[in-house]
Write a protein that binds this ligand. Structure first.
Ligand code: AMP
Length: 403
């Protein structure tokens, strides 16, 4: 069985084609700068052969069309015909009350559309990707895999906001949590770490830190989520590339009244102009922030401090809420590749009994590694995420059930 996984952003479309028997990747890549006239960029890789070229992709359908041409390009692509694609899996951010992976039909598309208000950066492009795939691969099952699914095991006390109960009920306001596919994958991998083999699986308390452009942190016991930092939307919690994470909610009406900002302007500011970018005015990219901090630029030094401090606070809170923690795992772009960030966080967690193995930390880039010292009371690990494989497995499962 071959499954194409699609992850659509507002101006990008990432894809991976999997052979589900071997769980291997047959091709991967992305189309970037969709809709930016004349400068869309296609990156396409089969094994170690990589291709990069400018393409015409005015919208997601044109982007996907280009990808498909590459998939069947004689001598280059892994397929002889698009008929070999058995199913398409889509990463979908928010489905409100719908969270289990599901075959996409018109009613599911309407739900995704209705939930755009809670995922304005992700749901609309997600839907564009779905529509494009439907048109280009008619009759091929399309499956939605929701970012919120992993968090359905959270107890009521963790997902309920202390707002009037009826208002929350009426508007579906609660903590949903996001990056669920990533946290689920990392938790599964972590539970198989030989270093945790002696523990009873259903009692293992983990804290997984997904630190990428978006950042979130999840507490789980025995593989089941018990709390997470993102909320009704992916804005709550940690400091991110352009998102502010936790702030006093009263700042919103304060700025509306005193700076004359509209609800939309506030939303844009908090989602796209805050976080590392807003704090520094330099960049939303952690590599740039680290470099600027290294040069001694004050704002970058402060941003790095705030970023790590917020994570330390969450890890402390979750460790206490779970009555202890067995392992802390780092994943995603920053978590997998930044020894600087990991070191700062671990340094702030000495009271939890965490002792970092500095050499192991410095050597861990994009691969699974234990980075705590043998004397550490809590295991610390780098566990690379693989959301695409998880989506492909879910897609295969859903299609098998409906065959
Ligand atoms: P993701 O959203 O998972 O692709 O992660 C993107 C983030 O990872 C960006 O902030 C990058 O700056 C960051 N990142 C990637 N590689 C490194 C690295 N070597 N050191 C620090 N941050 C990195």
């Amino acid at each position: 069985m071959k499954v194409l996984v699609i992850n659509s952003g507002s101006s990008s479309l990432k894809f991976q084609l999997f052979d589900m028997q071997s769980k291997s990747v047959l091709a991967r890549g992305l189309v970037d700068r969709i809709g930016v006239k004349g400068t869309s960029l296609l990156k396409f890789a089969v094994d170690k052969n990589k291709e990069e070229k400018e393409v015409q992709a005015g919208n997601h359908q044109e982007a996907l069309e280009t990808v498909m041409q590459c998939l069947v390009a004689p001598g280059k692509g892994p397929l002889t015909s698009l008929d070999e694609i058995n199913a398409v899996g889509h990463r979908v951010l928010h489905g409100g009350k719908v969270y289990e992976s599901v075959l996409i039909d018109e009613s599911i598309k309407k739900i995704i559309d209705d939930c755009s208000i809670m995922g304005p950066l992700h749901n609309p492009p997600g839907l564009m990707g779905i529509n494009a795939a439907e048109r280009l691969l008619p009759g091929v099952p399309q499956v939605a895999v929701f970012d919120t699914a992993f968090f359905q095991t959270m107890p009521e006390k963790a997902y309920t906001y202390a707002l009037p109960y009826d208002i929350c009920n009426t508007y579906g306001i609660r903590r949903y949590g996001f990056h669920g596919t990533s946290h689920r994958y990392v938790v599964r991998q972590a539970l198989q770490l030989p270093a945790l083999a002696g523990k009873e699986k259903k009692a293992v308390a983990l804290i997984t830190c997904h630190l990428g452009n978006g950042c979130s942190i999840t507490a789980s016991i025995g593989g089941k989520a018990v709390d997470t930092s993102m909320g009704l939307t992916p804005l709550e919690g940690l400091v991110m590339g352009t998102r502010c994470g936790d702030i006093d909610p009263a700042i919103v009406p304060f700025l509306q009244k005193n700076a004359g900002m509209s609800a939309d302007e506030m939303d844009t500011m908090m989602n796209k102009k805050s976080g590392l970018l807003g704090l520094t005015g330099i960049s939303s990219d952690m590599r740039d922030i680290e470099e600027a901090a290294e040069r001694g630029e004050d704002k970058a030094v402060l941003a790095l401090d705030i970023f790590c401090y917020r994570i330390i606070k969450y890890i402390g809170a979750y460790a206490f809420a779970m009555g202890g923690v067995d392992a802390v795992c780092f994943t995603a772009g920053i978590g997998e590749n930044s020894p600087i960030v990991r070191k700062r966080i671990c340094k702030g967690l000495g009271r939890l009994g965490i002792v970092l193995d500095e050499e192991a930390n410095e050597a861990a880039f994009g691969r699974e590694a234990i980075i705590s010292s043998p004397v550490s009371q809590v295991l610390v690990a780098v566990v690379p995420t693989n959301e695409e494989l998880m989506i492909a497995m879910e897609t295969a499962e859903v299609t098998a059930k409906t065959d």
